[in-house]
Ligand binder design. Structure first.
Ligand SMILES: Cc1[nH+]cc(COP(=O)(O)O)c(/C=N/[C@@H](CC(=O)O)C(=O)O)c1O
Length: 398
């Protein structure tokens, strides 16, 4: 009966996590999945989340279905984080926002919406991009193409090629953009480059779809949203998927959001209704617990301020690990340029190691990074960084 069903090849990121957990090497280091581990190598529970959890736990309350769009406070939290607390576009009621099952759920609902209402649109993703971007959009029958983005030889953005490619695209084609902390390269655009990208998007009437999963891990909450807010200032239609998995350290609670910036209130109402319709037919309504944590942290001023401080502490620890890794590698492999490690932003570094070198790190040293050479810098700490740098130096020298 089901022999016609193909075997699942596994996920390049989540599958690696399983292999890591099974590895008995006492020195193993997980630099694979994009998860923030603290200095002790532990996935943290933020203090602001602990407070929110206590409020949820006492007094304990029933767990009814949430609205299809999620809690109003969760949605408000997404909007103010992305667009700014006093953004005119919010005051004017031009943004349709739903709470979603993580950033992944936001991308899925967005892909379904585009397939339904822009059936001729293709979606173009950066080369390289987060692997699941392609799977999600193709899974919604949206044809996916790639735009030039990263030059491995120079460890920089192929900006002129990217712009030239955008100038070949058609009206309503979707360009999937990383506003900050590019996954997997960590290489972000400057503000001037964003301005140029958004000018081309406007000239070609493209649809920008910005996926922001690491807001606060780059420079700061507002700077990391520069591209989002610039598109709004230009009056562009805009999709934004956001994730609280990393910056609230709530991975398993599956909390995110999808926002669509519309030209008129009437269009925002139409879009909001259709987003609800897609939610209903895909998963009906979002999870309650995570939504309540987001609602409490984002809308309690003191907790929100505490949260921002906790995110910046995570950001700063990652930056410190970048500096340390770069200096150790420079001392051990003097004939190789490691500037890219500190030019890159957010959780990931595209190390440029070959698949064979990545495989050696895993098999000989128990160090796990994605086969495309992406390293999650947040997996480094002062206890393992010398071990990792020495191992990288070893495989780079041979
Ligand atoms: C760019 C991006 N967008 C969306 C997501 C999904 O977020 P969530 O809220 O968990 O649904 C991730 C997760 N990335 C890491 C984990 C994963 O692959 O699922 C990663 O790149 O390792 C991203 O890196």
């Amino acid at each position: 009966m089901f022999e016609r069903v193909d075997y699942y090849a596994g996920d390049p990121i989540l599958g690696l996590m399983e292999k890591f957990l099974e590895d008995s090497n006492p020195n193993k280091v997980n630099l694979g999945i994009g998860i923030y581990y603290d200095e002790d190598g532990v996935l943290p529970v933020l203090d602001c989340v602990k407070t929110a959890e206590q409020r949820i736990a006492d007094p304990i309350s029933p767990r009814p279905y949430l609205p299809m769009a999620g809690l109003p406070g969760h949605r408000k939290g997404c909007q103010e984080l992305l667009f700014g607390k006093d953004a005119k576009v919010l005051q004017d009621g031009l943004v349709a926002t739903i709470a979603t099952i993580g950033g992944s759920g936001a991308l899925k609902v967005g892909a379904e919406f585009i397939n339904e209402w822009f059936p001729h649109a293709k979606c173009y993703v950066s080369d390289p991009t987060w692997a699941n971007h392609i799977a999600i959009f193709e899974g919604s029958d949206v044809e996916v193409g790639k735009y030039p983005y990263y030059d491995k030889a120079s460890n920089s953005v192929k900006f002129d090629e990217m712009i030239a490619f955008f100038n070949t695209l058609n009206k309503d084609d979707v360009v999937l953009l990383h506003p900050c902390c590019h996954n997997p390269t960590g290489m972000d655009l400057t503000r001037e480059q964003w301005d140029t990208v958004l000018d081309v998007v406007q000239e070609r009437s493209l649809i920008p779809f910005m996926d922001i999963a690491y807001q606060g891990f780059g420079d700061d909450m507002d700077s990391d949203a520069y591209a989002i807010r610039k598109a709004v200032d230009m009056g562009l239609p805009l999709f934004v998927s956001n994730s609280f998995s990393k910056n609230l350290s709530l991975y398993g609670e599956r909390v995110g959001g999808l926002s669509v910036v519309c030209p008129t209130v009437d269009e925002a109402e139409r879009v909001f209704g259709q987003l609800n319709a897609f939610v209903r037919r895909i998963y009906s309504s979002p999870p309650s617990h995570g939504g309540r944590v987001v609602d409490i942290v984002m809308n309690d001023e003191a907790l929100h301020d505490q949260w921002v401080g906790e995110v910046y502490a995570m950001r700063d620890r990652i930056k410190a690990m970048r500096l340390k890794l770069k200096s150790v590698l420079e001392s051990k492999v003097p004939n190789r340029n490691f500037d890219y490690i500190t030019r890159q932003n957010g959780m990931f570094s595209f190390t440029g190691l070959t698949p064979e070198q990545v495989e050696r790190l895993q098999s000989e040293f128990g160090i796990y990074m994605i086969s495309n050479s992406r390293m999650c810098v947040a997996g480094l700490n002062t206890s393992n960084i010398d071990y990792v740098a020495n191992a990288m130096a070893d495989v780079l020298k041979d």
